[in-house]
Design a binder for this molecule. Structure first.
Ligand code: PMP
Length: 299
């Protein structure tokens, strides 16, 4: 497994609507919308060296997701920032931390789907864990038979908690002994892997699928910006799985695992014909950003 239980997290304090609760007591109601229908939005954030990395981008995506789902009485980003600071301070966490930030539609007056049953306002959950980047240096992928949602069904631009589409792809990867499952879009082009965005590099040009069916990842956006800053050609494009099999380098991006090299897809080894690693250059640039960038913690 890419992630494991860490006993260091046994005594963490979790924020739920203003209260800081020990792990065992940190619970939501059976009437909460996230239990009733996966009706929630979320972000995964990282704390490096006393700073919350890309905080503004994560809060912007959270607000946009909540707005798209017509949540009401959403706390503003200033309030959520203060709640994040308070939670990290209570846990004395300044580095090597991953935060799962969740905003549910809140508690319902009776079980049911209708958002009009939500009359108590949303539930804000901040779950910080000691969890440095967890992926191994290289991973193997398979192509899943599960297609990634297109905007025709559930728009992947909403970062919601209805994750079954991706969980089904992950189950397939587990059965195949791979680390993650590549999900194609409705037309058969590569969309993303079940929990990370995908890039390939061919002849020193970096490619990633259009963000039509994949989550527009924040790490994905940072990599595209970093390539442009470093003069590395980078394009968003429809890409078939064959273009990934035959690329010089393939890598995944995400807050949890940062930039991770892929050594194999569906049993095809990824061979670097160019002899130079553009990925290493991008990884160095990204590391430099995590060492200095982000919103400083006030404690
Ligand atoms: N794709 C999916 C499906 C994800 O859940 C995530 C992580 N939230 C990502 C990609 C990576 O996004 P980010 O770089 O914003 O962490």
């Amino acid at each position: 497994m890419l992630q494991q239980y860490d006993p260091k997290n046994e005594h963490i304090l979790v924020y739920i609507n203003g209260a800081l609760l020990p792990r065992k007591e940190a619970k939501v109601s059976v009437f909460d919308s996230v239990v009733q229908g996966g009706d929630a939005v979320w972000e995964g954030l990282r704390v490096y060296n006393g700073r919350i990395f890309s905080l503004e981008r994560h809060l912007e995506r959270l607000q946009n997701s909540a707005h798209a789902l017509a949540f009401r009485d959403v706390p503003d980003s200033g309030f959520i920032t203060q709640a994040l600071f308070k939670t990290l301070q209570a846990n004395n966490m300044r580095d090597g931390v991953h935060i799962r930030l969740t905003l549910t539609r809140g508690e319902k007056i009776t079980s049911g789907m209708d958002p009009r049953l939500n009359q108590a306002g949303p539930t804000l959950i901040i779950l910080p864990e000691w969890k440095p980047p967890v992926y191994p240096p290289e991973i193997a992928l398979i192509t899943s038979s599960v297609r990634r949602n297109s905007p025709m069904s559930l728009d992947s631009k909403i970062h919601h908690n209805n994750l079954l589409n991706n969980i089904l792809a992950k189950i397939e990867a587990n059965h195949a002994g791979a680390d993650a499952g590549i999900m194609l879009d409705k037309d058969g082009y590569v969309s993303e892997a079940n929990g990370v965005n995908l890039f390939c590099i061919s002849k020193n040009t970096v490619y990633t699928p259009h963000a039509d069916s994949c989550l527009p990842g924040i790490t994905r956006a940072l990599v595209l910006e970093l390539c442009r800053d470093q003069g590395i050609p980078a394009l968003e494009k429809n890409l078939s799985i064959t273009e990934f099999y035959t690329a010089d380098e393939v890598f995944t991006t995400g807050t949890m695992g940062e930039l991770t090299k892929v050594f194999e897809i569906d049993g095809r080894k990824i061979f670097n014909k160019s002899g130079i690693s553009t990925l290493e250059k991008i990884q160095q640039g990204f590391k430099a950003q995590t060492e200095t960038g982000g919103t400083p913690l006030p404690f």
